[in-house]
Design a protein around this ligand. Structure first.
Ligand code: GLN
Length: 235
C-alpha cells in the first residue's frame, strides 16, 4: 500500500488550516487505498515520522523562538538541508526557510535556511497594509482550473534577491506579483506594488518551496494538490 505522511509545523500560526487543505487535496488526488496522513508536528519524534513538511504563516520570530526553546530547530535544519525532504513554507514559513532575512534585528531570529535567497520581511508594510489580490501562478496550469489564485498577503515577505546557490540546485522563480502596468490594465489597485519589476512571491529550490501569501486561508486547494503531486513524484 502506498503511504504518505505530511507534517505541518504546529508551534504557532495557521497549521490547522493547512491540515484541512492538505486533507481536501489528498481526497481528490489519492485513491481510497492510499494511506495519506496530515499530522501536527511539535517534537523531533513527530518530525521524524514525516515524509514532507509544511511550515505555516504566522509570526516567524515566534515560530523560531518556540522551535529553539523546544529543541526543534536543529532537527528542522536536518530535515530540510541534510535529509532534503520536501518542505513548503507559506509567509512566515517562507521567511524561516530563507538563508537571509532583511527586516530582522541582528541576532533576533534564527532561521532554518535552505533557500539561497534573501527575503524582505513585512515588505508591504504593517498589518493595516495587508491585502488580497488575484495572482497568476503559472505552475498551476495542470490543476484543471485556469483562474487566478486568491492571494492573501498579511504582513507578507517577498524574495528581494536570489543569492549564489553554490553547488545546490537553481532557484526557480515560480511567480511574481503583477507589476504596475499589468495591474493598471487589469483594473487592480496600484496601492500594493512598490516597484515595476513584479515582486517575487513564489520560489522553489530543489526540495524547498516558499510562497509569500497564505493559500491556507482560502478554500482553494490547488497549490496543496500541486505540491502533494510534486512530493509523490520525488519519493
Ligand atoms: N502572515 C505572516 O506569516 C506574516 C509574517 C511576518 N511578517 C513575519 O515576519 O513572521
Amino acid at each position: 500500500m502506498m503511504a504518505l505522511t505530511v507534517g505541518v509545523l504546529a508551534l504557532q500560526g495557521g497549521f490547522i488550516e493547512h491540515i484541512e487543505l492538505l486533507n481536501k487535496a489528498a481526497s481528490s488526488i489519492f485513491s481510497q487505498d492510499f494511506a495519506f496522513e496530515a499530522v501536527e508536528v511539535r517534537t523531533a519524534q513527530e518530525l521524524a515520522r514525516c515524509d514532507a513538511l509544511v511550515i505555516p504563516g504566522g509570526e516567524s520570530t515566534t515560530i523560531s523562538f518556540v522551535a529553539q526553546q523546544s529543541g526543534l530547530l536543529e532537527p528542522l535544519r536536518d530535515f530540510v538541508k541534510v535529509q532534503k525532504k520536501p518542505v513548503w513554507g507559506t509567509c512566515a514559513g517562507l521567511i524561516l526557510l530563507c538563508d537571509e532575512a532583511n527586516g530582522t534585528k541582528k541576532g533576533g531570529q534564527a532561521l532554518i535556511g535552505g533557500l539561497s535567497v534573501r527575503v524582505h520581511r513585512n515588505h508591504f508594510g504593517r498589518q493595516m497594509e495587508s491585502f488580497a489580490t488575484p495572482v497568476d501562478l503559472p505552475f498551476l496550469a495542470g490543476e484543471g482550473n485556469s483562474e487566478q489564485f486568491p492571494g492573501i498577503f498579511i504582513r507578507a515577505p517577498v524574495v528581494e534577491e536570489v543569492l549564489p546557490h553554490g553547488d545546490g540546485p537553481e532557484v526557480e522563480v515560480l511567480a511574481r506579483l503583477a507589476n504596475r502596468v499589468e495591474r493598471a490594465k487589469a483594473g487592480l489597485s496600484l496601492a500594493v506594488t512598490k516597484g515595476d519589476a513584479g515582486d517575487i512571491i513564489a520560489v522553489r529550490q530543489g526540495s524547498i518551496m516558499g510562497t509569500s501569501f497564505h493559500p491556507e486561508l482560502t478554500s482553494d486547494a490547488r497549490i496543496h494538490s500541486w505540491w502533494l503531486k510534486q512530493v509523490i513524484r520525488g519519493l
